[in-house]
Design a protein. Sequence first.
Length: 264
Amino acid sequence: MLFKQPLTRAVILMGLAGFFPSAAMAQNQDGLSMLAPENLNKPRPEAPFNLTGAWSWDRSAGSASFDPPDDLELTPYGQGHYDAAMKAAEEGKVYRNDIGLCWPIGLPIMMLRAWPVHMIQMPTGIYMVQELMNELRVIFMDGREHTPIDYAIPSWAGESIGHWEGDALVIETTNFVDERHWINERRGLPGSDQLHITERITMPDEDTLEIEFTFTDPKVFVGSWSTTKRMSRTNDRDLQEVRCLPDLNDHMPTTQADEFNVRE
């Protein structure tokens, strides 16, 4: 069976959302969508900065990988994934190469690929599109709360709610899928449906973003851990359609399941 229970539930809820939009996601306190003119035109304090533009991982500021601390304590579930990933690496294989097989990248990895993230900021929210696979992320900034878990549609980007704290943008993201979603796929560190990501974004100058990521996922590891990444403004690249199709990746050894890929 291709999908396990959490994704099956997501598909069912997506179907229900076509008939009952309120089952899809929380609305703001007035029942307005993020793009409703009445919502956009409400008086709000001026934002400390504007993210609108294209942003790329700053290679001079460290790795793009979300590497956990060496002393991170894993749960039995998390340890099982880690052990399998290390065993596959010893055998010259790749464990669960889901991204190479065109499954969605998801948060947090979508923020730091080789392709830029294109952002549009409005008073009520922020759209982010990772150029690779054109993955969309929406950050609601209109005062709404997270959708209750019984009604939320799990996704790879999760449900992001943002607010300003002084000169920092703080984003809380929950409601992730429970399968084929990774914090660090090479080290076998998955993100489960209990993953909670907090981002604290600041803009030291008009061409630089610093993002502190804090991860909590009691299904995978104990406690929480943080890492800080940097992005630089990219002014010479427009958003393009970029798709991932399995047949286009046939030449890549890591997409050949039998010899190079370990799937469980």
